[in-house]
Write a protein that binds this ligand. Structure first.
Ligand code: ATP
Ligand code: MG
Length: 738
């Protein structure tokens, strides 16, 4: 496509912004005004018109999914889009630290703690900390630490905090916990999510040569949703852009909804101060929503005192009325939603993927899920307990982590009792003490449990466990990620454990199959080791709430999306339901009590409303169950603010009549779980005799020297000129004839 055609697909202001060549620029505009679209076209235009190499362009987005979508959309506009660097701040951090972390003392193969790992470490530390009571929730401490990191604060900064207490914990105790936590992490060769940004900032500050090298890869920098950057991300961006100053950020201050995670709206408001020579582009037309939906959104957000005045005019017509429905209780609310979804789907033929149900808190999803399940409407939950957060997945990934990093004590403690290996709490305490005293890892302590007299009874069990992990480490080297995970699942005894657990174990075993599939799929798209796969999986589990295809594999294609309003940022759907528009939920209880809380909740509601393209439903319940009790609920104050913008109708009459007709005719697609594929052509029944020439995916060509065992247990000794002699289980090694 010729470059002029590209800009013709934008309105004049969007086109000007997309034509911005060098220097800093700010695109500031309301929801649905085409900010993200403009950003993508700008990238395409840089390549197609200004001749910038795709390999010099970086775009930072809010989720990995958004990054993938952006790349996909850019690839339709210009060639070479596969070389674009598009990622979240966190993924960018992983990549930079993997490449250059050694310059600031990170050892190769460091692991990334997930939320649970962090909690485990904090629980440990808290036990011995003065000033922190035994019933303090470690999550509170984690919150303090995360917050400190997003503000680039050190433990010393917490000591010097103005307020004596941080979330109810004496500041000195919090600072000390922070210090010990950092030491512990370092000893385990681990970093956490916050570090992905803060350590990158430190690296850039301390090692100019590294900064320069990364700047060569990011001469043109874009940040979407800039209003939600925190201080650490702001600093990372500033450093990266400091040399070439080609920074284009887009955002909407009215959609800043991550203050609780340290996001600072001031970053976008101060952009012109930071870059006095920046160009500013304001977009004033909303292309997404019907005029009615936009009218409500505009009326709502006008109630915020602290805001930039912007105009946002609808391009679309009025569209169908916005509906508000007050249900008798939370279940009736769920039924209202599922009845409408059924109706729109079956009668009006709308695909389920066109519809989303948004809520304030994750817990609200359960009732909606149950309602939809009753009418057999498939759902896809974004956020919440996604695939990578499931217990069995995390357990197997913990085995894998320990295989590649023997110092990962957190992983070891997670899995040493799954399945039970006869190593109880007392034994574990002894091992822990010994490891601490000798400044070594728990796994090392297990290996020496016998020889060094750490344990008397049960020593052999610890030694056996160490031997198992040793074999697993070798397997991590020898096998591709998919087969390696299959090896872990089988040799760890985990699969046997699940087999004893009946139907629930069966479901979990299927999930493990799916994990192997995910790794194999990943290997098809990426060249990398199991370590790289684990990095990606770690990012999927916690940072990126909007998961990629791996999670939704096995789920039906056509499904209603359920998610929190936070997760819905940047997305759009023809039909949107926002449930629980009640005091105490939206605005939330916590926010009502907090300074600035109401304004933040109003922005959140604004984000929710502006996801809707054509139809919007708002619902509330008169009675709601919370903490096991049903209480009377009150309409949200926000409804008063937008009153007149929606129709208070009770469409139950129609729906009930309709129910009888369609519930019978609706046929759900049944999700299928794919089984583990046997990918190796040689494993299906072929036996080795010795002497064969084979090819290994990593070690190349080699010759079989010896064979032992048969069937699943057949093991070959192969000599590889490049890698030496290796013993490999045929089942996992993916050997092919050379
Ligand atoms: P948000 O604030 O929610 O992130 P946004 O400003 O990034 O929204 P986009 O998602 O880029 O908005 O655009 C909203 C919708 O409007 C998209 O479907 C997009 O394709 C469409 N759109 C934007 N600009 C135009 C245009 N000039 N012509 C046609 N459609 C457009
Ligand atoms: Mg956007």
């Amino acid at each position: 496509m010729n470059p002029p055609d590209l800009l013709a697909q934008l309105n004049p202001t969007q086109a000007q912004a997309a034509d911005h060549h060098e220097g800093p620029a700010l695109v500031i505009a309301g929801a649905g005004s085409g900010k993200t679209r403009t950003l993508i076209y700008r990238i395409a235009h840089l390549i197609g018109h200004y001749g910038v190499a795709p390999g010099e362009i970086l775009a930072v987005t809010f989720t990995n999914k958004a990054a993938a979508e952006m790349r996909e959309r850019a690839s339709h506009l210009v060639p070479g889009a596969d070389k674009l660097w598009m990622s979240t701040f966190h993924s960018a951090g992983v990549r930079i630290l993997r490449a250059y972390g050694e310059h600031i003392g990170l050892k190769r193969g460091f692991v990334i703690y997930d939320d649970d790992d962090q909690l485990d470490v904090l629980k440990d530390i808290m036990g011995s900390l003065p000033g922190i009571g035994p019933d303090t929730n470690p999550r509170v401490l984690r919150g303090i630490l995360d917050r400190a990191k997003s503000n680039l604060q050190t433990p010393g900064d917490l000591d010097r905090a103005h307020e004596p207490y941080l979330s109810g914990i004496p500041k000195e105790a919090a600072a000390e916990a922070y210090r010990r936590y950092e030491t512990r992490k370092k000893a385990q060769n681990a970093i956490d999510f916050g570090d992905l940004i803060t350590e990158t900032v430190r690296l850039f500050r301390d090692v100019p040569a590294v900064l320069n090298a990364v700047q060569n890869r990011a001469r043109f920098i874009h940040v979407d949703e800039y209003q939600d950057t925190n201080k650490a991300q702001y600093e990372l961006t500033r450093l990266l852009a400091s040399r070439d100053r080609n920074l284009l950020v887009v955002g909407d201050p009215d959609q800043s909804i991550y203050k609780f995670r340290g996001a600072d709206i001031q970053n976008i408001l101060d952009f012109q101060k930071d870059y006095p020579d920046s160009k500013v582009y304001m977009l004033e037309h909303n292309y997404r929503s019907s005029a009615r939906v936009l009218g409500i959104a505009n009326r709502l957000i006008e109630n915020n005192a602290e805001r930039l005045d912007k105009t946002l005019k609808a391009v679309k017509e009025d569209g169908p009325p916005v509906v508000f429905h007050r249900a008798t209780d939370h279940r009736a609310e769920g039924d209202f939603v599922s009845e409408w979804i059924t109706r729109l789907h079956a009668r009006e033929g709308l695909p389920l993927t066109d519809m989303a149900v948004l809520y304030r808190t994750n817990a609200q999803s359960r009732v909606i899920e149950e309602s939809l399940r009753r009418v057999q409407i498939p759902t896809k939950i974004v956020g919440g307990v996604g695939f990578y957060d499931r217990r069995e997945i995390r357990d197997i990934l913990a085995y894998a982590r320990l295989s590649i990093n023997p110092s990962d004590d957190v992983a070891l403690r997670r899995i040493i009792g799954r399945p039970r290996r006869g190593i109880g709490d007392t034994a574990l305490t002894k091992l822990l003490d010994w490891a601490a005293a000798h400044r070594t890892s728990l796994l090392e302590a297990c290996a020496r449990a016998d020889t060094d007299g750490i344990l008397d009874r049960g020593a052999q069990k610890a030694v056996d466990f160490a031997a198992l992990m040793h074999a697993m480490s070798e397997a991590a080297d020898n096998y591709e990620p998919g087969p390696f995970l299959r090896y872990v699942i089988e040799t760890s005894g985990y699969l046997d454990l699940l087999r004893q657990e009946g139907p629930e174990g069966q479901v979990r075993a299927e999930n493990l199959d799916e994990l192997v599939n995910a790794a194999e799929e990943w290997s098809q798209d990426n060249q990398g080791t199991i370590g790289d796969f684990l990095d990606d999986a770690a990012l999927l589990s916690s940072v990126d709430d909007m998961r990629t295809k791996q999670e939704n594999k096995g789920a039906p294609e056509d499904a209603v999306t359920l998610m929190t309003m936070h997760n819905a940022k940047g997305l759009e759907f023809p039909v949107v339901f926002i449930v629980g528009v009640e005091e105490g939920l939206l605005p939330s209880k916590g926010a009502i009590a907090e300074a600035g809380g109401i304004e933040e909740e109003r922005r959140l509601f604004y984000v929710g409303i502006t996801r809707a393209m054509d139809r919007l439903f708002l619902t509330a319940a008169e009675n709601r169950m919370q903490y096991g009790k049903t209480n009377a609920a009150e309409d949200s104050r926000f409804l008063e603010e937008i009153e007149g913008g929606f129709d208070t109708v009770d469409p139950y009459g129609q729906v009930v009549e309709y129910r009888a007709k369609t519930w019978k005719t609706y046929r759900p697609t049944v999700p299928t779980t794919s089984a583990v594929k046997n990918t190796s052509p040689l494993t299906a029944g072929m036996a080795y005799r010795g002497g064969e020439r084979v090819r290994h995916p990593k070690f190349g060509e080699g010759q079989v020297l010896a064979v032992a065992g048969t069937g699943d247990r057949q093991e070959v000794t192969v000599h590889f000129p490049t890698a030496g002699t290796k013993k490999l289980l045929v089942k996992f090694a993916n050997l092919s004839p050379a």
